[in-house]
Structure formats: structure tokens, C-alpha cells
Design a protein around this ligand. Structure first.
Ligand SMILES: Nc1ncnc2c1ncn2[C@@H]1O[C@H](COP(=O)(O)OP(=O)(O)OP(=O)(O)O)[C@@H](O)[C@H]1O
Ligand SMILES: [Mg+2]
Length: 275
């Protein structure tokens, strides 16, 4: 990630004289092929609440996209549309070129490719850590218990929680629960992980340990779409920041473009309140 920033800076420097005459090219260079393509996405609740309006964007393999915007601007709804926890009312979503809204699309297969981490962890309270992590691979993917356990233990080890494999969620701190929720998502070997305010329910001293795991994942090339109010994380880790207001995608760009050079009044106003 740091290499990329160095390259971007170098290119920006070289192109500086020409940039005066020509329209400025975006600094952001997509990392890989398009993984999820969203076109004119719309979601209306009860025919009157227009939660997502005509959103078009591509998410590339290996990209970290951070979604920001005021409360009620449609961030969660947009995210939930990507794994069809909400069924869009208009537009299209393709993943790996496959139309996931097609009535013949294999929904379960799609959801297996899209991990999700929620604000309130959503662990199964009646299952211990290792059971929480292996139930998906065993029940949904037909993996053997031995193989699922092995992967789960490796992942637990990576986030420093191997000694909590037998613990139940009620015996864990919020930060530990969220780290478990992240490695549980990883157990399914997803192509992308969606995070909906993963640190908002945590005590401040536990935010860092969860963000560290997310940073590690990003550095390893995981495709991530993250709704967060952690602007430090967005600046440091995001390849691209999307700003939503009233259901619409108002502005998108690199963290530098969004935070240091906002164009729309809506974004300027939002940033003045949160930064
Ligand atoms: N299941 C639902 N039924 C009806 N309205 C809904 C539903 N879910 C969301 N909404 C409405 O859709 C709009 C967008 O909500 P959403 O939760 O996506 O916003 P958000 O940007 O995630 O907000 P927050 O930052 O508070 O989490 C809001 O007006 C909300 O009240
Ligand atoms: Mg939300």
C-alpha cells in the first residue's frame, strides 16, 4: 500500500505542469479487475422511503472502499444490497460478471462469496468461538470438520485469540467478539468482506485492535467495503472514499481528494461537522 502511495505521488509530481491546461485526471488507479459492478442501484422501502438513489460504482479486486455520509444517507442499505440482505428495487449488481439480481442466480453461492461484519458482531451466543467459525464452512460448503477446524484455528492464531477457541461470546470483550466476527467471515474464504460500522459499538480502547486486523487484511489484498466513522482509518487504508447523502452517491475519490479537496457543499458541510 505504501508503495502505491509513493508511485501516485511521483506521477502527480511529474504531471503537475500539464495539469494546468488539461482537466485533472483522477489520481486513483483501480487495483485489479472489477469484482462488483453496481449500476443505477435503487432501493425504496414501502414505496416512499428512497434509501438508495441511482448509485453507480465499480468495486475492484483488492480495493478498500470506505463509505461515509450522514446518518440515514443509505450507507447500510447500499452495503446490504451488495449481498442481497436487502433486495434492490432498481438497477443492477454483477459480481464476477454474474447478474446477482437475476431470478436464476444462486443466492446462497453469492452470499458465500460476500462476507459481512456487523456493528453488533452477530455471533451465535449458544455456540463457542470455534463452532461460530466452522458452522458456515461445514453446513453451507460441506467442508469436513477437521479441515474447517484447522483453518479456524490458524485464523484465530493470526488474530491472537487461539486460546479463546472454546469460549462463548458472553465470555469475550467487544473487541474480541469483533475480531472473531472478522475471522469467522474469513473462514468462508470470501472474495469481498462488507463491514458496517465494525467499531461503532466498541469501547474506545478496543477500536484499535479491530482496526489493526482490518488494516492487516487490507495489506494482504482483501477486497473490502467499509462503512465507518473512523476517518483516520479511511485516510490511511482506503483506496477510494464514497460520500453518500440522501441515498445518492454525491462524491467519490481518493482520501486526499475527499478529505483535503471536497467539491460539493454537501461534503464540505459533512466534513466540517465530523473532522
Ligand atoms: N427496513 C427498513 N424499512 C424502512 N426504512 C428503512 C429500512 N432500513 C432503512 N430504512 C430507511 O432508509 C434510509 C437509509 O437508512 P440506512 O440505514 O441505509 O442509513 P445509514 O446511512 O446506514 O445510517 P446510519 O449512519 O444511521 O447507520 C433511512 O431513512 C432509514 O430510515
Ligand atoms: Mg447504517
Amino acid at each position: 500500500m505504501s508503495d502505491k502511495k509513493v508511485i501516485v505521488k511521483a506521477v502527480a509530481k511529474e504531471e503537475a505542469p500539464a495539469a494546468k491546461a488539461a482537466p485533472k485526471k483522477p489520481l486513483y488507479q483501480p487495483k485489479g479487475d472489477v469484482l462488483i459492478s453496481v449500476k443505477n442501484l435503487d432501493k425504496t422501502f414501502k414505496e416512499t422511503i428512497h434509501a438508495v438513489r441511482n448509485v453507480t460504482t465499480d468495486i475492484h479486486k483488492g480495493e478498500v472502499v470506505v463509505l461515509i455520509g450522514p446518518s440515514g444517507s443509505g450507507k447500510s442499505t447500499f452495503l446490504r444490497c451488495l449481498n442481497l440482505l436487502e433486495v434492490p428495487t432498481g438497477g443492477s449488481i454483477t459480481m464476477d460478471g454474474e447478474d446477482i439480481m437475476d431470478k436464476n442466480a444462486d443466492l446462497n453461492k453469492h452470499r458465500q462469496k460476500v462476507g459481512m461484519v456487523f456493528q453488533h458482531f452477530n455471533l451465535f451466543d449458544n455456540l463457542n468461538v470455534i463452532q461460530n467459525m466452522t458452522i458456515g464452512p461445514i453446513k453451507l460448503k460441506g467442508e469436513s470438520e477437521a479441515a474447517a477446524n484447522q483453518r479456524a484455528m490458524n485464523l484465530l492464531d493470526r488474530v491472537g485469540l487461539a486460546d479463546r477457541a472454546e469460549a462463548y461470546p458472553s465470555q469475550l470483550s467487544g473487541g474480541q467478539k469483533q475480531r472473531i466476527a472478522i475471522v469467522r467471515a474469513l473462514c468462508m474464504q470470501p472474495e469481498v468482506i462488507l463491514f458496517d460500522e465494525p467499531t461503532s459499538a466498541l469501547d474506545p480502547e478496543m477500536v484499535g485492535e479491530v482496526l489493526d486486523v482490518m488494516k492487516q487484511l487490507a495489506a494482504e489484498g482483501m477486497t473490502m467495503v467499509v462503512v465507518t466513522h473512523e476517518m483516520g482509518f479511511a485516510r490511511e487504508v482506503a483506496d477510494r472514499v464514497l460520500f453518500m447523502a440522501d441515498g445518492a452517491l454525491i462524491e467519490e475519490g481518493t482520501p486526499e481528494e475527499i478529505f483535503d479537496n471536497p467539491k460539493s457543499d454537501r461534503l464540505k458541510d459533512f466534513l466540517s461537522k465530523i473532522l
